[in-house]
Design a protein around this ligand. Structure first.
Ligand SMILES: *Cc1c(COP(=O)(O)O)cnc(C)c1O
Length: 469
């Protein structure tokens, strides 16, 4: 059969609520045009993030009941530790409440002021945690990774020439670790090839610098390697995963992504001395080392989710649904980051709304318009998220790309939901020439996209929505 179906049936349903364009225009204005400040009941199809939004399986819910809430030495912890050790091959596993807690522990035990941490592209919380210990987070993706229309199959790759130059200039004293983000979330959800992981690992070894992997979407990345990389088509996903992580010294993980869980994470390493220091920090802020910031039931859900996510039928459906959304809107003339990656479709807002200058926030404009048009919530990954405001002069500098991410929660929406998304996006595409931009009316100095408020620089109301979907 050629039709790829959702490889599950639905056992529990959650109603979603329709709203009118007039309601949505009012709700957006009340939220300062920041979709992070909307109530989720007012969102019809929520593509804000694939983080923590997965539907759990019957097996995972059964695991929740089995969860043992002992403070120390719970069997749920041993099942979690065993799953991580078996899948990733790292001996020391440190549970955390989510990915950024793992990042904070990693960077505060490995780096300090003046250090440089290169990556293919740091995710926003990763960058913030590197900078919080006084180090510099440096993105060195391959040049193709910054060109949205370039069809390169592994645009998440790290530029090894630039890494080598950095090693020559700064040496191991200034570079305490290198990070590789799988898949490259902030760079368009693009995968890293196995060849690139091998090359980065070799360079790191030659200079005595540990390689850590931001493993959030490790299974999606492994499946994209199987689909796209020469010589990998016959290998099983677990085998590819084992090889990737055998090339690294450790990893950080948000189980809210490819853990198929609603909360959780971990940091893992081969280095026993480092693990000891990390556990001391863990006890200070997260909890005892056999639960981190998690309940026993969460540990169970993650242990099961980490195994389920490696299922071939699941990954085939997962990547097919992202590809379907991307191909349908691209066929309607919407510029997207090509080819569609693992967890999301990224619209190139700069290419889609060329009349809106980067500092007039084309991504923010598109996010507001998609909510108005169809009650769809996406997220800006551009100047609002990654631009910088000079604290002294107040001068704004734009981000390298202006993207809007439509992230698909795992196992949540059906194909007719995706068809509706396509219809709404193409309806907006028909009137895109009429929109202007936005400006900030309020922003905070750290991770400003979560709390900023905006105002439109053009008339923005339900009259502009064409379909009344
Ligand atoms: C989500 C994410 C993180 C942070 O994880 P949280 O669980 O949200 O704290 C880190 N890196 C990447 C690539 C992510 O997508």
């Amino acid at each position: 059969m050629k039709t790829i179906i959702e490889p599950f049936r639905i056992k529990v349903v959650e109603p979603i609520r329709m709203t009118t364009p007039a309601e949505r225009a009012r709700l957006l204005a009340e939220a300062g045009y920041n979709v992070f400040l909307l109530r989720s009941e007012d969102v019809l199809l929520d593509l804000l993030t694939d983080s923590g939004t997965s539907a759990m399986s019957a097996e995972q819910w059964a695991g929740m009941m089995r969860g043992d809430e002992a403070y120390a030495g719970s069997p749920s912890w041993y099942r979690f530790e065993e799953a991580v050790q078996e899948i990733f091959g790292f001996e020391h596993v440190i549970p955390t409440h989510q990915g950024r807690a793992a990042e904070r522990i990693l960077f505060s035990t490995l780096c300090g002021p003046g250090d440089i941490v290169p990556s293919n592209t740091h995710f926003d919380t990763t960058r913030a945690n590197v900078e919080a210990v006084g180090a510099r987070a440096l993105d060195i993706p391959i040049p193709e990774g910054l060109r949205p229309q370039d069809p390169h199959p592994f645009k998440g790759n790290l530029d090894t020439d630039r890494l080598e130059a950095l090693f020559r200039e700064h040496g191991a004293e200034r570079i305490p670790l290198v990070m590789l983000t799988l898949t490259n979330n902030s760079g368009g959800g693009q995968p890293v090839s196995l060849a690139n992981v091998r090359a980065v690992s070799e360079l790191c070894r030659a200079h005595g610098v540990p390689l850590y992997i931001d493993a959030c979407r490790f299974a999606e990345n492994a499946f994209l390697i199987r689909l796209r990389e020469e010589g990998q088509a016959e290998r099983g996903v677990p085998e590819i995963v084992r090889e990737i992580f055998s090339l690294a010294e450790g990893c950080t993980m948000s189980a809210k992504k490819d853990g198929l869980a609603n909360i959780g994470g971990f940091v893992a390493t081969r280095d026993p001395a480092l693990a000891r220091r990390q556990r001391n920090l863990l006890i200070l802020t997260e909890g005892f080392p056999t639960y981190g910031g998690l309940a026993g039931r969460d540990l169970e859900a993650i242990a099961i989710g980490l195994r389920e996510v490696l299922d071939h039928d699941y990954l085939e459906y997962r990547l097919a649904s992202v590809r379907y959304l991307g191909e349908r809107i691209a066929a309607g003339g919407v510029p997207i980051v090509e080819p569609p990656g693992g967890h999301a479709v990224y619209i190139d807002a700069a290419g889609f709304l060329p009349q809106v200058a980067p500092l007039e926030l084309p991504g923010q404009t598109l996010v507001a318009e998609l909510y108005l048009e169809g009650g769809i919530r996406g997220v800006e990954v551009g100047t609002v998220m990654f631009g910088r405001r000079d604290p002294e002069t107040g001068e704004e500098s734009p981000a390298p790309m202006e993207l809007v991410r439509l992230a698909l929660p795992r196992r949540v929406y059906t194909q007719s939901h995706v068809d509706y998304m396509v219809e709404a996006i193409l309806a907006f595409a028909g009137r895109r020439d009429e929109v202007g931009g936005f400006r900030f009316t309020h922003q905070e100095p750290v991770l400003r996209h979560f709390t900023a408020r905006f105002e439109p620089l053009y008339p923005f109301d339900e009259g502009t929505s064409s379909t009344g979907l």
